[in-house]
Design a protein around this ligand. Structure first.
Ligand SMILES: [Zn+2]
Length: 104
């Protein structure tokens, strides 16, 4: 049994009390705890999914694509975008060469 401070009178109240015994103010419902638990479970699943995704083996192509995306995000002007496309194409060719030599 834990104690929390009543938001109205600032006195200590049991977390199990539905209302404050000092001033009668309603205490946060247990339903909120259940909601918080569900949010935590969903959050945990999302985190697990992200970790699982991050654990996928990296290939030279996936690394190149990641770099490519970063470069493209940084490009603002048309000229920068064209340059980014060129760099990306080069990164991909390079990745394919690396991939070919590593699987030989
Ligand atoms: Zn109170």
């Amino acid at each position: 049994m834990a104690l929390v401070k009543c938001k109205d009178c600032d006195k200590e109240v049991s977390t199990e009390a539905k209302t404050c015994p000092h001033c009668g103010a309603p205490m946060p419902k247990e339903g909120m705890g259940w909601f918080a638990t569900s949010v935590m479970i969903v959050g945990g699943l999302v985190a697990a999914f992200l970790i699982f995704g991050a654990m996928q083996p990296e290939t030279p192509r996936s690394v190149a694509r990641e770099r490519c995306d970063k470069i493209k995000r940084l490009a603002y002007t048309a000229a920068e975008k064209r340059a980014a496309e060129d760099v990306c194409a080069e990164l991909m060719r390079d990745a394919d060469r690396k991939w070919a030599s590593s699987t030989e």
